[in-house]
Design a protein around this ligand. Structure first.
Ligand SMILES: Cc1cc2nc3c(=O)[nH]c(=O)nc-3n(C[C@H](O)[C@H](O)[C@H](O)COP(=O)(O)OP(=O)(O)OC[C@H]3O[C@@H](n4cnc5c(N)ncnc54)[C@H](O)[C@@H]3O)c2cc1C
Length: 419
C-alpha cells in the first residue's frame, strides 16, 4: 500500500493547485483522479477558451460570490488573480484581459491552461493516478488515516496518509467526472451538505419564443420579477432557445431564479428588445417609418426593427397582416408592436437540469470548515477545496478563482505534518 503525507482527491483546478502547492512545500503527494486524465471540466470552460480569472480588486470581486464571500478572505489573501496569472505565465501560458476584466489564455485554448497546471503539479513532485475512483475515506478517532479507491481494472486499492484534500467538484456536467461523489464522502464523515441546486443555468418559460434555431440577441434587457416584484435586471447578450432563455444575461439572473423556484415562488421575466428607446421614442420611430414609407409592407418594418427570424414571430404573435401597407397600420397595432418589443412577459416554469448547469450552488457547509486553513472542524487532517464547498460565483472567472485559491490554501495548510 502507498503511504504519503497528502492525498488529494480530484484533479480539477482545485485539486491540482492543492497538490502542487503541498508538494512545493515539501509534502509527498498523490493525486487520485477518477477520469482518464485530470481537469476534464477545465478543458471545456469558457466555451473552450477558459475565462481563467477576473482582475477586479478584492472588494468588487467578492460581490460576485455567494453565499458567504468573506469566507474566502484568507484564501484570496494567500492566492489571488495575479498569482494564477503569474503561475500560468511562468508555465508558458500567455494571458490576455478582455471586457469586464476577464482573463483568458492568449491562445484561446482552455486545454493549454489544464495542461500547464498538470505539468506544474507534476514538476513539483505530485504523483497523479488516473482512473483512480475514490470510494472511501478512512479515519480513526476523528483523524484521517487514508483512502480507498478502485483502479482501471476495478481492483480495490488504498493509500495511507496524514492529510486528505477533498476536491471532487460539484455535480453539474457529470460527464466530466464531477458526479457529486465528494458530498457523499464528506457526509459519511459527519459533514453537513447544504441543499444542492444547479446555478448558472438556462430556464424554461411559458410561452417560449418559437424559433427554428437558437438566436443570440445583443443589447437587450431582461428584468426579473419574483412574486410580481421586480428584483433585478441585466443588460447584454441573451440566447433565445426552443425552451426559453440561456446565454450571458440569463445566466447572471439564474441563481436568484433557481432559489426562488425552489421555494415555490412565482418567477417572471420581462424582455425589452429595445432598451435604448423609451416607449415614446420607439413610437416616434415607428411613426417616422410610417410617414416616410407608407407603401412598404408591415413585414419590412418588422425586419428593420428585429432580426428576420424574430420579426416573423412578432408578426405572427401580434396577428399582423404581413403584406399590409404601413400606411394602414392602426394605432392599436402600433401599440401592440411597441409592447411586444419592450414588455414581453414570460413565466419561468423551471431551470434546466444538472447536465447543463455551469456550477453547483450549495455544498459542504462553511460553518464546519476553518477559513484560515480549509481544514474540517470535525475531522483532523481533512481539508476541502473548490466547488464542493458551499460557494459559487457568477460568470466572469470567479468560479475558477475560488477553486485555485481554496486549493492553494488547503495545499499550504495540509503540507506540514499534522501534530
Ligand atoms: C461548461 C462550463 C464552463 C465553465 N466555464 C468557466 C469559466 O470560463 N470560468 C470559470 O471561472 N468557471 C467556469 N466554469 C466553472 C468551473 O469549471 C468550475 O467551478 C471548476 O472547474 C471547479 O473546480 P473543482 O476543481 O472544484 O472541480 P472540478 O473541475 O469539477 O474537478 C473535480 C475533479 O474531481 C474528480 N472526481 C470526482 N469524484 C471523484 C472520485 N470519487 N475520485 C477521484 N476523482 C474524483 C472529477 O473527475 C474531476 O476531475 C465552467 C463550468 C462548466 C461546466
Amino acid at each position: 500500500m502507498d503511504s504519503v503525507d497528502v492525498v488529494v482527491i480530484g484533479g480539477g483546478p482545485a485539486g491540482l493547485l492543492a497538490a502542487g502547492k503541498a508538494a512545493a512545500d515539501g509534502a509527498s503527494v498523490i493525486l487520485l483522479e477518477k477520469m482518464e486524465k485530470p481537469a476534464r471540466k477545465l478543458r471545456i470552460t469558457g466555451k473552450g477558451r477558459c475565462n481563467i480569472t477576473n482582475t477586479k480588486p478584492y472588494d468588487e470581486f467578492i460581490n460576485d460570490i455567494f453565499p458567504e464571500p468573506r469566507f474566502l478572505r484568507d484564501a484570496f489573501n494567500s492566492f489571488f488573480s495575479d498569482d494564477i496569472i503569474r503561475l500560468l505565465n511562468q508555465q508558458g501560458v500567455a494571458t490576455v484581459e478582455e471586457r469586464g476584466m476577464r482573463v483568458f489564455p492568449t491562445s484561446g485554448r482552455a486545454w493549454d491552461v489544464a495542461e500547464a497546471l498538470v505539468k506544474w503539479a507534476r514538476a513539483n513532485g505530485v504523483k497523479i493516478y488516473n482512473h483512480a475512483h475514490v470510494t472511501d475515506i478512512t479515519s480513526t478517532q476523528g483523524v484521517v488515516t487514508g483512502v480507498k479507491y478502485t483502479d482501471k481494472d476495478s481492483n480495490s486499492k488504498g493509500v495511507e496518509c496524514k492529510s486528505i484534500i477533498l476536491a471532487t467538484g460539484g455535480k453539474s456536467y457529470a460527464a466530466t467526472g464531477s458526479t457529486g461523489d465528494g458530498y457523499k464522502l464528506a457526509s459519511s464523515l459527519g459533514h453537513t451538505i447544504t441543499p444542492l441546486l444547479p446555478a448558472l443555468v438556462g430556464v424554461e418559460t411559458r410561452p417560449a419564443i418559437s424559433l427554428k434555431d437558437n438566436l443570440l440577441l445583443r443589447n437587450v434587457n431582461l428584468s426579473l420579477f419574483i412574486e410580481g416584484k421586480k428584483v433585478d435586471e441585466e443588460f447584454g447578450e441573451l440566447e433565445v432557445t426552443s425552451y426559453g432563455f440561456n446565454g450571458p444575461i440569463m445566466l447572471r439572473l439564474s441563481r436568484r431564479i433557481v432559489f426562488a423556484l425552489s421555494k415555490g415562488s412565482r418567477v417572471d421575466l420581462e424582455l425589452d428588445l429595445k432598451p435604448a428607446l423609451s416607449h415614446e421614442k420607439l413610437d416616434a420611430r415607428i411613426l417616422r417609418e410610417v410617414d416616410e414609407n407608407p407603401r412598404i409592407a408591415v413585414a419590412n418594418l418588422a425586419n428593420r426593427l428585429l432580426p428576420r427570424d424574430l420579426a416573423s414571430v412578432m408578426i405572427d404573435e401580434i396577428g399582423l397582416a404581413a403584406q399590409k401597407n404601413l400606411g394602414r397600420l392602426t394605432t392599436g397595432e402600433r401599440k401592440s408592436i411597441r409592447l411586444w418589443l419592450k414588455e414581453q412577459r414570460f413565466e419561468v416554469l423551471a431551470q434546466r437540469s444538472w447536465p447543463e448547469a455551469i456550477v453547483t450552488a450549495g455544498g459542504v457547509s462553511l460553518k464546519e470548515v476553518n477559513p484560515k486553513t480549509m481544514e474540517s472542524k470535525l475531522v483532523r487532517g481533512l481539508f476541502f477545496a473548490g466547488e464542493l464547498l458551499d460557494l459559487d460565483g457568477s460568470t466572469g472567472g470567479y468560479n475558477l478563482q475560488i477553486a485555485y485559491s481554496t486549493g492553494w490554501l488547503a495545499g499550504k495548510s495540509a503540507a506540514p505534518p499534522i501534530q
